[in-house]
Design a binder for this molecule. Structure first.
Ligand SMILES: [Ca+2]
Length: 282
């Protein structure tokens, strides 16, 4: 199995913000989309499970402002903090906790319509002075059984998006041909996908599952509109098992252990969650 390959990155430095998006209160998604969530129609302040259910509709399964020590909060903010001056989701992160001590948001959409192909994208910003520590998680897109520390048997796969020590987006993927119990990492070309504290970035993924047991699954990742990763020989699953059905926003540091803990509290902002079966307009 060839190692993960990344596209040439020298010209792909991140820009400030992504493509322009209109500020509307959750515009009706196209007929092939699972959801399009802008937070423009949400009340400022605490983000609630009822609001999440209203926003993500039939795809929604569960929302919690994470778990762990007090101080966690998930709120809707507006003004200069928010994307293009509208409203955005703000997640508070805590110092001194690893992945087994705290999650800062758990927003599960495990009921997106099962399908062989999906595109998903959103805007993300880390607050000024954010401590990336040695890395953490942003979200997961997947299907079927979720594996952790074991090689998938064909009944589940996951495309995790993480940030690393430098604030680069790391693609961490569970699939049938991974070479170790833990998922495959994509490490090279970090400059192509750096999350800069204080700046909005646009992240977009595309998965087309393999046919039968063939190594022909497609996984693409785009950073601020530019393709920085593409692989077309993945066996995500076996046969017709595990269609894509999960879009989960979870945030935490680590890993387990003191080395994964941040030194200060911080904020992660999210906006314009979209998920659909065709490539979304810029
Ligand atoms: Ca918004």
């Amino acid at each position: 199995m060839r190692p993960w390959t990344w596209l040439a990155a020298a010209a792909l430095l991140p820009g400030a913000g992504g493509p322009p998006l209109q500020q509307k209160a959750n515009p009706p998604p196209p007929s092939d989309a699972a959801f399009h969530v802008t937070f423009e129609g949400a009340a400022a302040g605490e983000y609630t499970a009822a609001q999440a259910k209203a926003d993500f509709g039939a795809a929604f399964s569960e929302f919690r402002p994470g778990w762990g020590p007090p101080g966690r909060e998930v709120v809707v903010v507006s003004g200069a903090e928010a994307y293009k001056g509208g409203k955005s989701l703000r997640v508070r992160t805590l110092a001194g906790v690893d992945s087994v001590q705290a999650h800062f948001i758990d927003l599960y959409c495990n009921r997106i319509p099962p399908a062989e192909e999906y595109w998903w994208d959103f805007m993300i910003k880390f607050g000024e002075g954010f401590d990336f520590a040695v890395g953490g998680k942003i979200m997961n897109f997947g299907g079927g059984k979720q594996y952790a520390g074991a090689k998938p048997a064909g009944d589940g796969w996951s495309c995790y998006w993480l940030f690393d020590v430098n604030g680069a987006v790391n693609l961490y993927t569970y699939h049938m041909d991974q070479e170790r119990p833990w998922g495959d990492n994509g490490y090279p070309a970090r400059k192509a996908r750096l999350l800069v504290p204080g700046q909005w970035s646009h992240l977009m993924g595309h998965v087309k599952l393999n046919t039968g047991d063939n190594r022909d699954g497609i996984y693409e990742f785009f950073f601020n509109g530019k393709p920085v990763f593409q692989k077309r020989d993945i066996r995500f699953r076996s046969g017709t098992q595990a269609p894509a059905d999960q879009f989960d926003v979870t945030a935490f540091y680590g890993g387990q252990g003191d080395m994964f803990k941040a030194k200060r509290d911080g904020y992660i902002y999210y906006d314009n969650f979209r998920c659909g079966r065709t490539r979304p307009p810029p």
